[in-house]
Design a protein around this ligand. Structure first.
Ligand SMILES: C[S@@+](CC[C@H](N)C(=O)[O-])C[C@H]1O[C@@H](n2cnc3c(N)ncnc32)[C@H](O)[C@@H]1O
Ligand code: SF4
Length: 387
């Protein structure tokens, strides 16, 4: 029996809430502080408008995952989250086992809303714990202590089927021993998923200036590599191997939403500064909305969507993107899909060289994947294969 692809192919909706209580000095996400408050009801109406516009372009899809990211979506009222979910369900079919994730900051104020988010339909939370060391949390500009974060994790566990939390490592003055102890402590509180990011010094952040002035010293390449290897060893032992460079899960606990990005499926981006990838008339289209929240709001109110980029990708661009995203996954990619997208095969000579260097391997079922030792040089591997 021919199955309707629109019912079986994963399709995700990303909703960006761009507000935070304060700006962390390392963060370059599209997040803004508004001391005079936010007209939440007006924003929610605009989200519903933009959802309707996206559904007009890709009707008939079945939503397999929804992700509220930020910024800090846990600052939203549960009723706003419910209204956005209703708008999604009004325009698309929602799969009965849909994964609905909300990113939350682990302060007590936000944890108090978890029950309301659960009632609105959220079934997974992702908490920005970042560290279990109070001094490090302070340096990262966080508004919560380690204990408060662990309390929020416990409240998440009590309210949601699934939860994850983020940690940042390769921080200033971090030793292998201190990270091993912190990570083991964190693992004792882990559910089915953990994200661990190496601290990146992003341009145009306060950390960038401090780093440039020599006032913020981060681990050098060798120590960062050792911290990465140590992270892998400890997490594998704890039953949460990496399924993507920075993401670890127990088997079956992988974040389905993120898999949509990395496996090259479609997703609609809703809200200020959201990115989307939609297949329209057989062509992959890249979308991006206005970043500044108030300008986005005015665009949506005037034109029905905040789109500022709406671009058909060339076959080469779509294929390179597939490579870049897919090789982040431990499962790797199906080379035939690359060929179908680009019209060319991956160069066997280049693959052979990378295989000899131990950076990639081919699985028994013919998938190409990056090895654990290849992950830290992933960008170079992708550049080599895509050239
Ligand atoms: C959209 S952000 C945060 C969600 C939420 N607002 C919070 O801070 O808890 C997602 C995650 O990216 C990570 N992150 C942000 N900036 C980073 C940086 N410069 N280096 C490494 N990780 C970073 C943090 O772990 C953060 O939790
Ligand atoms: S890390 Fe989270 S809380 Fe901090 S500024 Fe970025 S999005 Fe906001």
């Amino acid at each position: 029996m021919m199955l309707n692809m629109s019912l079986t192919t994963p399709f995700a909706v990303y909703v960006h809430w761009p507000f935070c209580l304060s700006k962390c000095p390392y963060c370059d996400f599209n997040s803004h502080v508004r001391h005079n408050g936010v007209d939440e009801a007006r924003f929610v109406r605009a989200y519903a408008t933009e959802i309707a516009a996206a559904a007009d372009r890709v009707p008939g899809r079945t939503v397999s995952s929804i992700f509220f990211g930020g910024g800090t979506p846990s600052l939203m009222q549960p009723a706003s989250v419910a209204a956005i979910l209703e708008a999604i369900a009004k325009h698309w079919r929602v799969a009965p086992d849909v994964e609905i994730t909300l990113e939350a900051n682990p302060t007590s104020v936000e944890a108090a809303r978890f029950r309301g988010f659960r009632a609105a339909g959220v079934n997974r939370v992702s908490l920005g714990v970042q560290s279990l060391d109070d001094a490090a949390l302070k340096e990262l500009g966080r508004l919560h202590s380690a204990q408060e974060a662990l309390d929020a994790v416990a409240i998440a566990r009590a309210n949601f089927e699934r939860y994850s939390f983020d940690l940042i490592y390769a921080r200033p003055r971090q030793s292998l021993e201190s990270w091993a102890a912190e990570l083991r402590r964190a693992l004792a509180h882990a559910g089915d998923h953990l994200s661990m990011y190496q601290l990146t010094i992003e341009p145009d952040t306060p950390f960038f200036g401090l780093h440039k002035a020599g006032k913020l010293v981060v681990p050098n390449e060798d120590l960062a590599r050792d911290l990465y290897d140590l992270t892998q060893a400890i997490c594998v032992k704890a039953g949460l191997p990496a399924y993507e460079i920075s993401n670890h899960a127990r088997p079956g606990g992988e974040c389905r939403h993120n898999l949509v990005y990395w496996r090259g499926h479609d997703y609609a981006g809703i809200g200020p500064g959201a990115h989307g990838r939609l297949t329209i008339d057989g062509r992959r289209v890249a979308t991006e909305t206005e970043k500044l929240p108030e300008s986005w709001l005015m665009r949506v109110e005037a034109a029905g969507s905040g789109l500022i980029v709406d671009e058909k990708l060339t076959a080469g661009e779509a294929a390179d993107e597939f490579l870049l995203m897919g090789l982040r996954l431990a499962e790797g990619i199906e080379p035939a899909r690359y060929t179908a997208l680009s019209g060319r095969t991956l160069d066997p000579k280049r693959i052979a060289i990378l295989r000899e260097e131990g950076a990639v391997e081919t699985t028994t079922d013919g998938r190409l994947r990056v090895t654990l030792s290849g992950f830290p040089i992933l960008d170079a591997v992708v550049a080599d294969l895509a050239a």
